[in-house]
Design a protein around this ligand. Sequence first.
Ligand SMILES: Cc1cc2nc3c(=O)[nH]c(=O)nc-3n(C[C@H](O)[C@H](O)[C@H](O)COP(=O)(O)OP(=O)(O)OC[C@H]3O[C@@H](n4cnc5c(N)ncnc54)[C@H](O)[C@@H]3O)c2cc1C
Length: 360
Amino acid sequence: MVLERLTFKIRKRILYAIRISCLTMQSRKQACKGATEEKLCDLAIIGSGPAGLAAAIYGTRSGLSCLVLEKGVAGGQVMLAPWIENYPGFPKIEGLKLVEAMVAHAREYVDINEGTEVVGIEKEKDIFKITTTAGVFRGRSVLLATGASHKKLLIPGEEEYYGKGVSYCGTCDGFFFRKKKVLVVGGGNTALTDALYLHSIGCDVTLVHRRDVLRADQHLQDAIAEKKLKLMLNTTVERIDGDGASVRSVELKDVKTGKVTKMSLDGVFIAVGTTPSSALAKALCVDIDNNGFVKVDRSYRTNVPFVYAAGDVTGGILQIVAAVHGGAVAALSAFEDLANPYYTRTRATAEACDSKREQT
Ligand SMILES: Cc1cc2nc3c(=O)[nH]c(=O)nc-3n(C[C@H](O)[C@H](O)[C@H](O)COP(=O)(O)OP(=O)(O)OC[C@H]3O[C@@H](n4cnc5c(N)ncnc54)[C@H](O)[C@@H]3O)c2cc1C
């Protein structure tokens, strides 16, 4: 297992280095293409994780001309997953392999502009002007598939043992810790959901939260109490230790007394929040919820006409299947709207957007 993970990491780094070294050249090509400001696509997809890739396939197959803009390397967060065991059709596959398959499939339909970060979007009449680090692109509609990232504790050992016992996703990695002792860090809905999930698959779970009360919904707190999960309030994780290959223990601090104790365990699940990449959405006056996730309806339309969002940036279960679903539905909604507009563009909509922009 350890060897497999090492090999994975080394392979990932080599692949990443080769692809990044090609990007400068590739970005220049894309810059020329974009800088002419002549190329207008039907659907500009921002982000090439599972949501963006699925959208590219569904959008192009429905007859839309699509463009994918990706600030890094195509594939999104899945690249960071050592193993995926819950994506239908693949009982167990390395994240990188799944990404390669998805990217190759999408490339059959669309160009993926890697190394092309979108830094601004503005509406000019009926067209979105998309400014990137590699020039300007234009789209009749825009899909935000920019993903999200997990908040970190920023403590010693967290980075070193990531993938070796430290995880940010109970649903993704819990299975590796069945019958083992794990710590879940956090007091919100995600932390409690992870704790319950890990308990349900047979982990010995302790939930640790830095405050004196949990923030999660009452029904989750009731479930934690009912299942008699161990709970440590007013406690912070100070460091994560191991033998180099796996996590072995953590240092916990009682924030009231200052007392530090050591706990032996096998895994640490950190669930202290997710940061959605929703800056572009805000710039477009798209409605955002209290946690920063983009609000969408069941068709993945936002409140702004011809702007769609899908995947982790919209919240929910933050899983590949959900991202793929959202991307596909959003692309078909864009097709529907461009072929037979669903939105009525009124002066009121434009004014509402302008006044909102002024307030922020
Ligand atoms: C370690 C790890 C393990 C995981 N394991 C599993 C698992 O086992 N099963 C599972 O279902 N899910 C798993 N997940 C979650 C899964 O990877 C995500 O739910 C999924 O990748 C979300 O897809 P997405 O397309 O919404 O976003 P992402 O995959 O995050 O892709 C977003 C893309 O947008 C790009 N982007 C962002 N901003 C810009 C910009 N301004 N301009 C251009 N591009 C931009 C990013 O570079 C990125 O490539 C795991 C995640 C991690 C980190």
